[in-house]
Design a protein around this ligand. Sequence first.
Ligand SMILES: Nc1ncnc2c1ncn2[C@@H]1O[C@H](COP(=O)(O)OP(=O)(O)OP(=O)(O)O)[C@@H](O)[C@H]1O
Ligand SMILES: [Mg+2]
Length: 517
Amino acid sequence: MVMMGETWGQLGSVIASAMFVWAMFQNYFPHQLRGRIERYGHKLLSLVYPYIQITFNEYPGDGFERCKAFIAIERYLAANSSARAKRLKADLVKDSESLVLSMDEHEEISEEYEGAKVWWASSKNIPTSQSISFYPREDDKRYYTLTFHRKDRDVITKAYLRHVLDEGKAIAVRSRQRKLFTNNKSESWYGYKRSMWTHVVFDHPATFETWALDPKRKQDIINDLLTFSKAKNYYAKVGKAWKRGYLLYGPPGTGKSTMVAAMANLLEYDVYDLELTAVKDNTELRKLLIDTTSKSIIVIEDIDCSLDLTGQRKSKKEKDEKKEVKDAEDVKKAREASESKTSQVTLSGLLNFIDGLWSACGGERIIVFTTNYVEKLDPALIRRGRMDKHIELSYCCFEAFKVLAWNYLDLESHPLFSTISKLLEETNMTPADVAENLMPKSAEEGTETRLENLIKALEAAKEEAKMKAVEEEKLLKAEKEEKLKAEKEDKEKAQNAEGTTGKQALVTDAKENGVKG
Ligand SMILES: Nc1ncnc2c1ncn2[C@@H]1O[C@H](COP(=O)(O)OP(=O)(O)OP(=O)(O)O)[C@@H](O)[C@H]1O
Ligand SMILES: [Mg+2]
């Protein structure tokens, strides 16, 4: 098959050679003749060859990295060509188990964009030398050629290419395997050779559909996340870095970590689980941040435990103590011990991590803190702008229970629901505990038994709470009585002391009077 792009390509190269020869010999022609030849030459060229070609090489220049534009075009053509091209090539996508079909070499497809026709051809460079190379790509230099009519130059170079690259990138994001990263201890990466993050494939099954929360609040959160992910231009317009902070707080087992997984699945982001205690100092924290990619969620779990907010003061105290240790070896040992024990990340380092100048690089990032004790956190850390959205996750309400009942029992309603609703209002139980009670404990356990199990657990929790309240009241009463007793004793002591002082004064007075008399 004679391909349109290739035919024009060959003709184009003949004309290009002619132009080259002309450039070499033009000085031998008189000035006037030269101008005329050039004029007619261009006219002839535009008559014979009204098409423009753009080439996209897989490995431009000497780089070892595949060209990003080439990858995007490959994805775009794979999605658009598999229905039209006759010869396709199957590739296993890196880190994934799915196949991508793309145009085979020397295959061509055409398409129309806003009335402009374009031809895409896939080709391969045959190596000129017979050198042996370590890199398989050396003899596999592929490239795409885009051919279009000169009259469409504007629409193609301005709009069509942008469209192809954006589409290609979006397809790549949709089909990639997402990753769950965690930071390595600094001893395990040497210089810049090893990445500071290691990763596994992220395939947590949690979604917002299976995450139990009051539907209205849940929808608010989903809307907030989706608005953020589409707000690139808006953030640029208002001059804000494209990132958003979420603070999730509440008792253990209320679904904070599950929510992070659901967020990542909704937005198709990678997750960076940052273990602050493994970060040596603020510089390392910054390096870790720079090493993250966009379209990601950076999570710091249990922030109140990870960071000693009095760290700065403590380290100063430790330094003073060290001064007192005279023996050089002791100093060394003490330093080593303190280094291995605590991370030197300070509050200001963390604040900088969240919204310092560096935090803007990359963009499209969500930072999440989770904690059980929000009141322990420094207000500077969670002020709006750093942690933009504060979400309290609390004990299971009836609406949340309904989601869990649907997940675990495929149940929308049941006569026992009213009892459960009442009990959930009267007692506190985390979604984790509710979920655990709805799990089947044996193959024979049916829906009814599992609901009854939950009711029993709720009643037990209610009873326990009541006993605890009575116990607390008793304790409080005892404390009050103790306090009253102590006050009474103090009062008596004071009165006794006053009485003794009064008597002594009388004796002294009497003595003084006696002397005088
Ligand atoms: N709101 C919820 N919806 C669905 N499942 C939940 C929810 N909350 C908790 N669970 C279940 O309970 C388990 C524990 O929840 P999760 O780890 O998210 O709690 P957490 O709030 O992060 O607790 P911690 O503060 O101890 O880290 C999860 O495996 C999940 O199955
Ligand atoms: Mg958690």
